[in-house]
Design a protein around this ligand. Structure first.
Ligand code: GLU
Length: 486
């Protein structure tokens, strides 16, 4: 059996880190087993559909380097890959009819008001909420016909068998069980003829010959419905792998406080796709052993379902910074400069720093981001006219910086005509008596140091410090740094 997996987002908004992880696991698993990774767009919920969203998904996935072998953007043997188009192609309705004919699904004619009343009644009486049959689950064919003849609209619901335990041998959590009496009958076809997610996703998984599904564990409560659907058709279900929820470092639901949740914001903040994938892969998956830094090939080689954890995965921004800094330090000079250039050219970078949303959501960050953006802008402008000088400045900061966005501020002092002094820094660095002597000796030594190289300046400063009785370098270096950089 060859592995076929799918990433099946609903284009309703931004691509968030949780979805990226599902996409990544599908990709890693397909690569590892020489299988096929499919992108399928689940756009049957037209009220939540967002036209920009699909493009954002495709752009983000392209940026991360997650690869697909089939999808709406590239075609494939199971076209179309957009569910709205599959509905247009008439793929779903005969299958809905098949279930109705088998008695595994039924028409239900309740109005929204009637459904509201039902829910209120269940809540007041502390009953399980949802639709468990109403007056239509077992209605006679004549009654259904009469309702249609009276011009009433109907949805189609899946008839969950009652009085039965639904079980699943989950590869991560062991045996899962649900009493079918508390699993409500989900709508599979809406009044407007659109299939719902539950139906379209599972039908497509079957038709597209999907073997494994990696998705978030928020889908576990839907699993009994999905299993019953497969059973009703007499189809073999794929293997469902539910990945644990992602929480912040404090164990709370992931939110902006823990770092951005939209993947493109990481691109815009100067994170690189490879360390980001490395980082995201390790949230909820551990390959065993202590190795944390992994190349794309190592991720593929190490990835396996057995390493996926059932307990919540922690999102630790500091770890991402560390991984990203590592990747930055591994670049050659040319690679680094061109990484900064491509980063600066990404529309998402420009959009991010200019977005009004940033002001509302992160008032405390606003000033810093504006300063970062302005400094980067200057750096990139100067790069055009003075590539050698700017490259040298960038290389001096390569050891210190964790994101590409930081290079602007880190090198700012190289680009100004007149250094602006930070009063606090001046007060601290210049408080010793030796400062004036040091700085004048420095000016002289700079003029005499030949050739002018970092190594020679380094030696000169060490020599000066030891001949003037300094055991530690701090009190010597701090005034130099402040004098030169402000
Ligand atoms: N379209 C669903 C989503 O966006 C897919 C869920 C699944 O993988 O089954 O989350």
């Amino acid at each position: 059996m060859s592995v076929r997996v799918r990433f099946a987002p609903s284009p309703t908004g931004k691509l968030h880190v949780g979805a990226l992880r599902a996409a990544l696991y599908n990709h890693l698993f397909a690569q590892k087993h020489g299988g096929v990774n499919i992108l399928r767009i689940e756009d049957t919920d037209r009220t939540r559909y967002n036209a920009d969203s699909e493009q954002e998904f495709i752009d983000t996935l392209r940026w991360t380097g997650i690869e697909f072998q089939e999808g709406p953007h590239m075609g494939g043997p199971f076209e179309p890959y957009r569910q709205s188009e599959r509905k247009g192609a008439g793929i779903y309705s005969p299958l809905v009819k098949e279930l109705i004919d088998k008695g595994a699904a039924y028409y239900a004619f309740e109005t929204p008001e009637e459904l509201d009343e039902m829910r209120q009644f269940q809540q007041i009486n502390k009953m399980a909420t949802g639709y468990f049959g109403g007056e239509w689950r077992d209605a006679s064919p004549e009654k259904v016909e009469e309702a249609f003849a009276a011009g009433k609209g109907a949805v189609v619901r899946l008839k969950i068998p009652r009085g039965k335990t639904i079980t699943y041998e989950c590869p991560i959590r062991g045996r899962l069980e649900w009493e079918s009496d508390v699993v409500d009958d989900p709508v599979i076809l809406k009044k407007d003829g659109m299939p719902t997610y539950h139906f379209a996703a599972m039908v497509d998984d079957h038709l597209m010959e999907i073997t494994h599904i990696f998705r978030g564990d928020e889908w576990i409560p839907s699993l009994p419905k999905h299993l019953i659907l497969f059973e009703a058709f007499g189809w073999e279900p794929p293997i469902f792998v539910h990945c644990p929820v992602i929480v912040g470092n404090d164990g709370k639901k992931l939110s902006k406080r823990h770092g951005a949740t939209r993947v493109l914001d990481y691109a815009a903040q100067g994170y690189l796709p490879e360390p980001l994938k490395n980082f995201i892969a390790l949230i909820g998956w551990a390959p065993g052993g202590d190795q944390e830094l992994m190349s794309p090939d190592e991720l593929v080689a190490n990835f396996g379902i057995e390493g996926i954890q059932p307990s919540p995965g922690k999102f630790d921004l500091e770890k991402l910074k560390w991984m990203n800094g590592n990747a930055i330090r591994a670049f050659s000079a040319d690679e680094l400069v061109s990484a900064i250039e491509s980063y600066w050219a990404l529309p998402s970078t420009q959009d991010y720093f200019q977005a009004d949303a940033l002001d509302e959501e992160m008032p405390e960050e606003k000033e810093h981001r504006q300063a970062q953006f302005a400094a980067l802008g200057k750096l990139m402008e100067r790069l055009q006219s003075d590539r050698e000088f700017v490259t040298a400045a960038i290389l001096l900061e390569q050891e210190r910086v964790n994101t590409l966005a930081d290079f602007g501020l880190a090198t700012e002092f190289f680009l100004v005509d007149e250094v602006e002094f930070d009063e606090k820094a001046v007060g601290k660095a210049f408080k010793h008596d030796h400062t004036v002597g040091l700085l004048s000796a420095l000016v002289e030594s700079v003029q005499n140091t030949k050739p002018r190289s970092a190594a020679n300046y380094d030696k000169m400063i060490h020599d000066w410090a030891s001949s003037n009785g300094f055991e530690k370098l701090g009190p010597v270096v701090a005034p130099i740094r402040v004098a030169m950089t402000g």
